[in-house]
Design a protein. Structure first.
Length: 183
Protein backbone atom coordinates (compact mmCIF):
# COMPACT_ATOMS: atom_id res chain seq x y z
CA UNK A 1 0.00 0.00 0.00
CA UNK A 2 1.36 3.40 -0.97
CA UNK A 3 1.61 6.28 1.49
CA UNK A 4 -1.72 7.94 2.08
CA UNK A 5 -1.92 11.72 2.36
CA UNK A 6 -2.66 12.46 6.05
CA UNK A 7 -5.54 14.82 5.22
CA UNK A 8 -7.09 12.16 2.96
CA UNK A 9 -6.67 9.58 5.69
CA UNK A 10 -8.36 11.95 8.16
CA UNK A 11 -11.29 12.47 5.74
CA UNK A 12 -11.70 8.69 5.41
CA UNK A 13 -11.66 8.25 9.18
CA UNK A 14 -14.16 11.10 9.59
CA UNK A 15 -16.52 9.30 7.17
CA UNK A 16 -16.65 6.13 9.29
CA UNK A 17 -19.75 7.07 11.37
CA UNK A 18 -21.74 7.89 8.21
CA UNK A 19 -20.49 4.73 6.49
CA UNK A 20 -21.52 2.72 9.54
CA UNK A 21 -24.99 4.26 9.61
CA UNK A 22 -25.43 3.53 5.92
CA UNK A 23 -24.19 -0.04 6.38
CA UNK A 24 -26.64 -0.58 9.25
CA UNK A 25 -29.48 0.71 7.10
CA UNK A 26 -28.52 -1.69 4.31
CA UNK A 27 -27.83 -4.79 6.35
CA UNK A 28 -30.11 -4.34 9.35
CA UNK A 29 -27.36 -5.73 11.56
CA UNK A 30 -24.76 -3.82 13.57
CA UNK A 31 -22.29 -6.70 13.40
CA UNK A 32 -22.72 -7.08 9.62
CA UNK A 33 -22.47 -3.29 9.23
CA UNK A 34 -19.16 -3.21 11.10
CA UNK A 35 -17.82 -5.95 8.84
CA UNK A 36 -18.95 -4.03 5.76
CA UNK A 37 -17.32 -0.81 6.95
CA UNK A 38 -14.10 -2.64 7.77
CA UNK A 39 -14.00 -4.25 4.32
CA UNK A 40 -14.83 -0.88 2.74
CA UNK A 41 -11.89 0.76 4.52
CA UNK A 42 -9.55 -2.07 3.56
CA UNK A 43 -10.54 -1.75 -0.08
CA UNK A 44 -10.36 2.04 0.00
CA UNK A 45 -6.84 2.06 1.40
CA UNK A 46 -5.74 -0.75 -0.93
CA UNK A 47 -7.10 1.16 -3.93
CA UNK A 48 -6.37 4.71 -2.78
CA UNK A 49 -4.34 5.34 -5.94
CA UNK A 50 -7.56 5.04 -7.97
CA UNK A 51 -9.21 7.88 -6.03
CA UNK A 52 -9.01 11.13 -7.97
CA UNK A 53 -8.24 14.10 -5.70
CA UNK A 54 -10.83 16.83 -6.04
CA UNK A 55 -13.69 14.36 -6.44
CA UNK A 56 -16.16 13.41 -3.74
CA UNK A 57 -14.37 11.09 -1.30
CA UNK A 58 -17.59 10.23 0.56
CA UNK A 59 -19.32 9.20 -2.65
CA UNK A 60 -16.34 7.02 -3.52
CA UNK A 61 -16.42 5.33 -0.09
CA UNK A 62 -20.21 4.88 -0.15
CA UNK A 63 -19.95 3.35 -3.63
CA UNK A 64 -17.39 0.82 -2.38
CA UNK A 65 -19.62 -0.06 0.59
CA UNK A 66 -22.76 -0.34 -1.55
CA UNK A 67 -21.01 -2.54 -4.10
CA UNK A 68 -19.72 -4.80 -1.33
CA UNK A 69 -23.20 -5.12 0.16
CA UNK A 70 -24.81 -5.81 -3.22
CA UNK A 71 -22.22 -8.45 -4.08
CA UNK A 72 -22.80 -10.22 -0.79
CA UNK A 73 -26.56 -9.89 -1.14
CA UNK A 74 -26.49 -11.51 -4.57
CA UNK A 75 -24.31 -14.30 -3.20
CA UNK A 76 -26.49 -14.87 -0.11
CA UNK A 77 -29.71 -14.78 -2.14
CA UNK A 78 -28.59 -17.98 -3.87
CA UNK A 79 -27.97 -19.73 -0.55
CA UNK A 80 -30.63 -22.10 0.76
CA UNK A 81 -31.38 -22.10 4.49
CA UNK A 82 -31.02 -25.70 5.64
CA UNK A 83 -30.51 -25.76 9.41
CA UNK A 84 -32.05 -29.22 9.76
CA UNK A 85 -30.15 -30.73 6.81
CA UNK A 86 -33.26 -31.88 4.94
CA UNK A 87 -32.34 -30.04 1.75
CA UNK A 88 -28.78 -31.38 1.78
CA UNK A 89 -30.13 -34.92 2.12
CA UNK A 90 -31.92 -34.57 -1.21
CA UNK A 91 -28.78 -33.57 -3.10
CA UNK A 92 -26.96 -35.99 -5.37
CA UNK A 93 -23.70 -35.60 -7.26
CA UNK A 94 -23.51 -36.30 -10.96
CA UNK A 95 -20.77 -38.59 -12.29
CA UNK A 96 -17.56 -36.64 -12.93
CA UNK A 97 -16.83 -38.00 -16.40
CA UNK A 98 -19.90 -36.45 -18.06
CA UNK A 99 -19.42 -33.19 -16.20
CA UNK A 100 -15.87 -32.92 -17.53
CA UNK A 101 -17.02 -33.60 -21.09
CA UNK A 102 -19.88 -31.10 -20.77
CA UNK A 103 -17.42 -28.49 -19.52
CA UNK A 104 -15.09 -29.13 -22.46
CA UNK A 105 -18.03 -28.71 -24.86
CA UNK A 106 -18.97 -25.48 -23.09
CA UNK A 107 -15.41 -24.11 -23.30
CA UNK A 108 -15.21 -24.90 -27.02
CA UNK A 109 -18.58 -23.22 -27.64
CA UNK A 110 -17.59 -20.20 -25.54
CA UNK A 111 -14.40 -19.85 -27.58
CA UNK A 112 -16.47 -19.74 -30.79
CA UNK A 113 -18.48 -16.73 -29.63
CA UNK A 114 -17.51 -13.29 -30.98
CA UNK A 115 -15.02 -11.64 -28.63
CA UNK A 116 -17.38 -8.84 -27.55
CA UNK A 117 -20.17 -11.31 -26.66
CA UNK A 118 -17.77 -13.65 -24.84
CA UNK A 119 -16.31 -10.74 -22.86
CA UNK A 120 -19.76 -9.46 -21.80
CA UNK A 121 -21.00 -12.94 -20.89
CA UNK A 122 -17.91 -13.75 -18.80
CA UNK A 123 -18.04 -10.42 -16.95
CA UNK A 124 -21.76 -10.71 -16.15
CA UNK A 125 -22.17 -14.47 -15.89
CA UNK A 126 -18.91 -15.69 -14.42
CA UNK A 127 -17.32 -12.66 -12.77
CA UNK A 128 -20.53 -11.40 -11.16
CA UNK A 129 -20.42 -7.83 -12.46
CA UNK A 130 -23.71 -6.03 -12.96
CA UNK A 131 -24.69 -4.91 -16.43
CA UNK A 132 -23.83 -1.34 -15.42
CA UNK A 133 -20.38 -2.29 -14.14
CA UNK A 134 -19.73 -4.36 -17.24
CA UNK A 135 -20.79 -1.43 -19.45
CA UNK A 136 -18.32 0.77 -17.60
CA UNK A 137 -15.54 -1.80 -17.94
CA UNK A 138 -16.26 -2.24 -21.67
CA UNK A 139 -16.80 1.48 -22.19
CA UNK A 140 -20.18 1.10 -23.87
CA UNK A 141 -23.90 1.49 -23.14
CA UNK A 142 -25.73 -0.78 -20.68
CA UNK A 143 -28.17 -1.75 -23.46
CA UNK A 144 -25.25 -2.89 -25.60
CA UNK A 145 -24.04 -5.17 -22.79
CA UNK A 146 -27.53 -6.60 -22.25
CA UNK A 147 -27.81 -7.29 -25.96
CA UNK A 148 -24.38 -8.93 -26.13
CA UNK A 149 -25.13 -11.16 -23.12
CA UNK A 150 -28.51 -12.13 -24.54
CA UNK A 151 -27.05 -12.99 -27.96
CA UNK A 152 -24.18 -14.91 -26.33
CA UNK A 153 -26.52 -16.96 -24.16
CA UNK A 154 -28.82 -17.71 -27.07
CA UNK A 155 -25.88 -18.70 -29.31
CA UNK A 156 -24.37 -20.94 -26.61
CA UNK A 157 -27.77 -22.62 -26.20
CA UNK A 158 -27.86 -23.31 -29.93
CA UNK A 159 -24.29 -24.62 -30.08
CA UNK A 160 -24.83 -26.88 -27.05
CA UNK A 161 -28.36 -27.94 -28.10
CA UNK A 162 -29.89 -26.57 -24.91
CA UNK A 163 -33.56 -25.81 -25.31
CA UNK A 164 -34.95 -26.12 -21.76
CA UNK A 165 -33.64 -26.35 -18.19
CA UNK A 166 -33.99 -30.14 -18.47
CA UNK A 167 -31.10 -30.10 -20.96
CA UNK A 168 -28.69 -29.00 -18.20
CA UNK A 169 -26.89 -31.57 -16.14
CA UNK A 170 -26.99 -35.30 -16.64
CA UNK A 171 -28.77 -37.08 -19.45
CA UNK A 172 -32.15 -38.76 -18.88
CA UNK A 173 -30.76 -42.22 -17.88
CA UNK A 174 -28.41 -40.64 -15.32
CA UNK A 175 -31.23 -38.45 -13.94
CA UNK A 176 -33.40 -41.57 -13.61
CA UNK A 177 -30.65 -43.43 -11.78
CA UNK A 178 -30.00 -40.53 -9.41
CA UNK A 179 -33.72 -40.16 -8.73
CA UNK A 180 -34.23 -43.86 -8.07
CA UNK A 181 -33.26 -43.53 -4.41
CA UNK A 182 -35.65 -40.59 -3.82
CA UNK A 183 -39.36 -40.91 -3.20
Amino acid sequence: MSKVDPSLRDEIIAAIPNLRAFAISLSGSVDRADDLVQETLLRAFANIASFRPGTNLSAWLFTILRNLFRSEYRKRRREVPDSDGLFAATLATNPDQTTHLDFEDFRAALDRLPADQREALVLVGASGFSYEETAEICNCAVGTIKSRVNRARRRLGEMLAIETAEDFGPDQPTRAALGAGHT
